[in-house]
Design a protein around this ligand. Structure first.
Ligand SMILES: [Ca+2]
Ligand SMILES: [Ca+2]
Length: 234
């Protein structure tokens, strides 16, 4: 009988341990501004809402951080094939990741990018290889909306997943059709198919600062530290 009770208690403790582990494990969330990419290759450029109108389309609603990135072009005409934006992404743990993009796609000729994420993807230039594995069919819409990055294969469109190890990675979003717009990105190990389930959100100020490489010591903090150390001397 005692053995049985011990077994039950051990089992319960193991169960509680498992549950607390699951509850404690938080999702990885990395939110990035397109306009703060570490490299932007022309004709992709950083743009303001009014630039979309100047290019022959309509002014966009307010993007996160006031800006977005695109290869400028009028609606319907297509074009594309050169330029990219590149992000250095620090992966915090070995895991499987999804990416969401906040986008505008006016029409069927301005609704795609190429996407490669090294080292999970090879160092391939899809603008040259035309490899549909890396083709992102962007969800249409004239106002900012979230779209999970997919493969737009010849046989259908499927959400993409990347297996990455902890460490530095390089994410490249390449022009495929002019006028497709990217406001920001959200990377997560939560693979839920809808944006609510994946807790998709805009970048926060501290994330923008980190992207800018501008994490400086707050001057006020510096002063109070100095004052504190002076006081301590007396
Ligand atoms: Ca298209
Ligand atoms: Ca933005």
């Amino acid at each position: 009988m005692q053995k049985f009770i011990t077994l039950i208690i051990s089992f319960l403790m193991f169960f509680i341990l498992c549950v607390s582990f699951i509850v404690a494990a938080e999702d990885v969330e990395i939110a990035l501004e397109a306009e703060l990419a570490s490299k932007i290759q022309k004709p992709m450029v950083i743009a303001l809402p009014i630039d979309a109108k100047d290019a022959g389309g309509v002014e966009t609603d307010e993007p996160s951080g006031g800006k977005y990135v695109w290869a400028p072009g009028p609606p319907v005409t297509g074009g594309g094939g050169s330029g990219f934006m590149e992000f250095k992404v620090d992966i915090p743990q070995d895991d499987t990741y999804a990416i969401w993009g906040r986008v505008i796609a006016w029409d069927g000729n301005s609704d795609s990018f190429w996407v490669t994420w090294m080292p999970a993807d090879p160092e391939e230039n899809p603008q040259q290889t035309d490899n549909v594995e890396f083709r992102w069919g962007v969800a249409g819409g004239g106002t900012w909306h979230w779209d999970r990055i997919n493969h737009w294969l010849d046989g259908g469109t499927f959400d993409r997943e990347w297996e990455l190890e902890k460490g530095e990675s390089i994410l490249k979003i390449w022009t495929r059709e002019d006028a497709t717009m990217l406001d920001c990105l959200f990377i997560t190990n939560n693979l839920a198919a809808n944006e609510g389930g994946a807790n998709v959100r805009l970048p926060e100020d501290d994330e923008r600062e980190e992207q800018e490489g501008n994490i400086a010591v707050e001057p006020l903090e510096k002063i109070s530290t100095t004052w504190g150390s002076i006081k301590n001397q007396y």
